[in-house]
Each structure stands twice: as structure tokens, then as C-alpha cells.
Design a protein around this ligand. Sequence first.
Ligand code: HEC
Length: 158
Amino acid sequence: MIRTKPFTLAAIGAFGFAALVASGTLATAAPSASATISARQANFKKIGGAMKTLKDELGGSADKVKMLTAAKTIAAVGRAQVKLFPAGTGPSAGVKTDALAAIWTDRATFDGHMTKFIAEADKLVAAAGQGNAQAVGAQFKAMGATCGACHRQFRADD
Ligand code: HEC
């Protein structure tokens, strides 16, 4: 143990130094680009998870509280996405992203998809709040169509 200790400390020191150099380099390149890309991808995962909850509930017990919570998550997280596509976070950022460059060359269309998606998500919250499973199901489909419409145009195929 005692003999390996200095080596371990040296290793930590080297790692710390490497991290310092890396962050120094990234400061000029794109630290916030990679953080922003990770944040929006994590948000889309959350949205996808809430979609799954809704689908399961609609095909099962249609629990009002669960459906409302999931719908609210989609609407809230969806709103957060609006700010997570700043210039410089596209394919040229040097970070893995499925966001297509078209987002920044056809911004108005992209923003239109985002606005429509949020409006449909709000309607989903309203339907879930009324606890009418049939209305939730119909609105779930309407909102799902807005996901697909944006993906077809602005997201790279995996
Ligand atoms: C306005 C456009 C737009 C809308 C609306 C949209 N998405 Fe996306 N989505 C994207 C883009 C662009 C990416 C790629 C993000 C990246 O990799 O940086 C993405 C990525 C994703 C991912 C993958 C995240 C990952 O990297 O793991 C999932 C899951 C996803 N979207 C689900 C949804 C669902 C579900 C909806 C609707 C409820 C939705 N999206 C609505 C544009 C959109």
C-alpha cells in the first residue's frame, strides 16, 4: 500500500493537469457547445421517457396523476429546449450531435416546429388534467406528430 501510494498521487496529479489543459483548450473551442448539446440530448431523453409513460398508461390503467405528470414534464422540458440550440452547437461543434446544420440555415422553420410542439404539449396537459383518456390519446397522437415532423427535417438518422 505504502509503496503504491506515491504512484497513485502522481497519477492523480497527471490527470488533474491533463484535465486543466483540456479545459483550457476547450475554453477557446466549445465548452458550452458540448454542455449545451448534452443538456438538450438529456432533455429529449426525458421527453422520450415521459412519452413512454403516457403510452403505457394509455394502454393500461390510464392513471390520471401519472399522465398529467408526464404531460407536464414534456411541456416544461420542451420549453427548456428552445434555448438549447444556439449557433455553434451544430455538427461543426466537434461534438457528437444528431442536430442537422439545416437548423441554423432554416431557423424559422425549426422554431416553427418547436412552437407547434410546445402548443400541442400544452394541449396534452389540459387533456390530462381533465382525466379523459380518450382525449389524452388523441392529443398524444397530435403531439407525437410534431416530434416526427421536426425529426424528419432537422435530426440525423441514427
Ligand atoms: C423542433 C424540433 C424537435 C422537436 C419538436 C422534437 N425534437 Fe427530438 N430531437 C430534435 C433534434 C434536433 C435532436 C438531436 C439533438 C442532438 O443530438 O443534439 C433530437 C433528439 C431526440 C432524441 C434523442 C436524444 C439523445 O441524443 O439521446 C429523442 C429521444 C427525441 N429527440 C425525442 C423527441 C420527442 C419524443 C419529441 C416530441 C414529444 C421530440 N423529440 C420533439 C429535434 C426535435
